[in-house]
Each structure stands twice: as C-alpha cells, then as structure tokens.
Design a protein around this ligand. Structure first.
Ligand SMILES: Nc1ncnc2c1ncn2[C@@H]1O[C@H](COP(=O)(O)OP(=O)(O)OP(=O)(O)O)[C@@H](O)[C@H]1O
Ligand SMILES: [Mg+2]
Length: 396
C-alpha cells in the first residue's frame, strides 16, 4: 500500500515516479504500527532535489494515516539521469572535439559520450557526433541506434552516428540543386571514387556538418527562430558538438584537413568551405580539442605526440587531456605480498604512475583523471564518468 502510494512521487529530473524507477522497493519500507520509515535511493547528487522528493513522499505516506513518517534519501549512480546543473566543463568552447590519441581502446568514445552528458547536465544543448560505422555510443547511452539520424537522448542531449558519405551527398544536392544533374553526379563512378578516395573530403564533410549544427544556434538566437529550438522536427540547434573523431588514422588528420584542402582546391564551393572550417578550427573560442589518453606506454606516447603536433601544425593547445582507465592506488606492498591479484594491481598502477609523471613533465594544462570503474559499457558508466568530468577542477 505504501509502495503504491509512492507512485505519486516523481523524480524531478526524470519525470518518472520513484517506484517505476526502482528507487524505492518493498524492502526499503519499514512499518511499525503507525510509524513508517522509507529509504529512497536517487540518481541525483542534488540534496535540494532529493529533499523535494522526500517531502512529497512524507506527504503521500502521511495521507495514508501514518502518524510518524520518516523518509531518507541517498544518492547512487544507477541509470541514465540528467546530472545536476553545474559549472560546465570546458567553459567558453562552442565545439568540443574529442580526439582519441591512442590507436584504439583508450576509451575515446566513452569519454566523448561522458563529456556530452556532462555538458548537457550543465545546461548546454549538446550533440555527441560519433563517426564510426561500428556504432557504439547509443549503447553507452542506453538508446536504440539512430540509423544516422539525430536521436534525442534526454533533455539537451542528442546523439548522431554520422555517415560522412551521406553528408557529402547532401552537400552535392545543395550545391548543384538541379535534380537530374544531382542524380547523375551521385551515381557516377567519378564521384564515387572522389567521395571515397579524395584526401580530406570526408573530414571536411564531418566538420562541415558539426559547423552547421552550431551555426544553427547562431541563427536561432534571433527571437523569430528561437522558439523553434525545441520543435520536434528537423535539426536541433545545439550549443556544443562533441565529436568522437574517426578511429582510423591519426585523430589530428581531421583537424588538419581543412587547411590542407583549402590550400589545394583553392576557390569554388569546397575551397570556400575548407577555408571557413580552417578558421573555425583555428579559433579556440569555437573549437576545443580534448585528448583522450590512457596511462600506458604507447597510448601516452601517442597523446604526447598529438599535443606537440597540435602545437606545431595548428598552433593550438588542447583544452584538456583526459586520462582514462586509471587503477585506484594499490594497497600497501606488505598487505598483498603473496596475493597475485594484488601484485598485478600494484604493477599496473606503477606503470600508470610512471606514465602520469611523463605526461606531467610535458603537459601542464588542464587534466582530468578518470578511474577504471567496475561497470560494463552503458549508462551507469557514462553517468559516473560524466559526474567526474563535471566536477573536475582541472577542466575549469
Ligand atoms: N573508465 C572506464 N572504466 C571502465 N570501463 C571503461 C572505461 N573507459 C572505457 N571503458 C570500456 O573500455 C571499452 C573501450 O571503450 P571505448 O569504446 O570508449 O574505446 P575507444 O577508444 O573509443 O575505442 P576505439 O578506438 O575502438 O573506438 C568499452 O567497453 C568501455 O566500456
Ligand atoms: Mg571509439
């Protein structure tokens, strides 16, 4: 009966009642005569929101006739939730580009998705743009695959798996505009070769797409279009695009492409577009670069190389380095002397500390360390890492 009554208590972030969310179960309710105690576990760290829920719960349980009602709430990370509004990580940057410095598996996509969740939680309309045909990010956020479309994840957070070829085709449609000619171009062998092989064009398509999404925002700032911002149809205007750059090749080739293309194609629509995108990349107020790294020898080597290439070839500093997958500090050597798992843990941690020291010597800019968590790829992992990113002093 008490549990049923609690269905009238809604989580303010999620808009769903606390019983459906399994924030409170039968075992969390103790009844002793007309005394009732309820313990609710919530997904928000915000004490004020938890108090809101607690007081509503007290109300509905008291209405059942209980004389003495106590409700306690606690914070556990358990599902997709909109984190508390707070200070956005990487303030002042419109497009954040997450570049995985490692060849794979450093957690680049995880970091990009967590950063997107943290930015959305801090009140910015954010699109996570995944450019990877393997399509993983939707699983991390607990939604269905988007099939290339922009999928809403929760308030202010969107996800898209981008197919560069589709964007290039769209570009041709817009530039040429005459139906039969467009069809002839798109189906021609020459175009296919060009779209697949011409160096830099896929990268241009990806960045061009990101640029349009954030430019949509500039348009939307006018009062006339602003009211369309939350309209259900069409492309949502976003404040930030977090780009999980393609895993193939060096992540930086994406950022270098506009410059190289602008220099080689000269004038014409593509040349102009390349020039505009190069200007966007060069402007730290519009584009931020986040290097995702792991504290292991080869990934760290690649991260350091990316930092120096950014500096040398683009004249830019990264916005932050995110070191992902850190083991917690190992227990003391004595306690675990004969335990192989303890030894393994200590050895890994020692390697990671060595690599962190190498990073500290080369990079004094903002750094966020993310722990290796005992969670499967999915919303709970993303939320836990997003909370760390949002709270990281280093990113301020
Ligand atoms: N901090 C973490 N704690 C626990 N698991 C993690 C963490 N970061 C990443 N993982 C896991 O590591 C795996 C690889 O992560 P992810 O797909 O983000 O890597 P990636 O760098 O994008 O790889 P690729 O280069 O293949 O695209 C995933 O299963 C992910 O859940
Ligand atoms: Mg990835």
């Amino acid at each position: 009966m008490v549990l049923d009554a609690l269905r009238a208590v809604t989580d303010p972030d999620l808009g769903v009642d606390v019983v459906t969310l399994k924030f409170v179960k039968d075992k969390d309710i103790t009844i002793d005569g007309d005394r009732v105690a309820v313990a609710i576990e919530m997904a928000t760290p915000s004490p004020s929101k938890r108090e809101l829920v607690a007081s509503r719960a007290r109300e509905v349980v008291s209405a059942l006739g209980a004389k003495d009602v106590s409700v306690s709430t606690s914070f556990v990370v358990k599902s997709v939730s909109a984190p508390e509004h707070g200070k956005p990580p990487l303030p002042g940057v419109k497009n954040v580009i997450a570049v995985g410095a490692g060849k794979g598996g450093v957690g680049k996509t995880t970091v990009a998705v967590a950063l997107g969740a943290a930015l959305a939680g801090a009140g910015r309309r954010t699109l996570v743009l995944e450019v990877d045909p393997r399509e993983n990010a939707h699983r991390m956020l607990g939604i269905a695959p988007s099939g290339g479309e922009i999928a809403p994840v929760r308030p202010r957070l969107f996800l898209q798996n981008l197919r560069p070829r589709a964007v290039l085709d769209q570009l041709v449609r817009e530039q040429v505009r005459i139906g039969p000619v467009v069809n002839r171009i798109l189906s021609s062998e020459v175009y296919r070769h060009f779209a697949e092989g011409a160096p830099g064009f896929k990268e241009l398509a990806i960045l061009g797409h990101a640029a349009r999404l954030v430019r949509g925002l500039e348009r939307a700032e006018s009062p006339r279009t602003r009211r369309n911002r939350d309209g259900g149809t069409g492309t949502p205007d976003v404040d930030v695009v977090v780009l999980d750059a393609p895993a193939t090749g060096h992540g930086l080739s994406l950022l270098l492409a506009p410059r190289l293309t602008a220099a080689t194609v000269g004038q014409g629509p593509f040349g102009r577009m390349a020039g505009e995108l190069a200007a966007m990349i060069d402007d730290p107020a519009r584009t931020g670069v986040v290097i995702a790294a792991a504290a292991e020898e080869i990934p760290m080597h690649e991260a350091l190389e990316s930092l120096s290439r950014l500096r040398d070839e683009l004249g830019r500093e990264a916005q932050a380095v995110v070191v992902n997958g850190l083991f917690p500090p190992a227990p003391s050597a004595d306690a675990e002397a004969n335990d192989p798992a303890g030894r393994l843990w200590r050895d890994r941690r020692a390697v990671q500390e060595r690599e962190l020291a190498r990073l500290a010597a080369a990079w004094q800019g903002p750094r966020v360390d993310l722990p290796l968590l005992p969670l499967d790829s999915g919303p709970a992992l993303v939320e836990a890492l997003a909370a760390r990113l949002a709270g990281a002093e280093a990113a301020a």
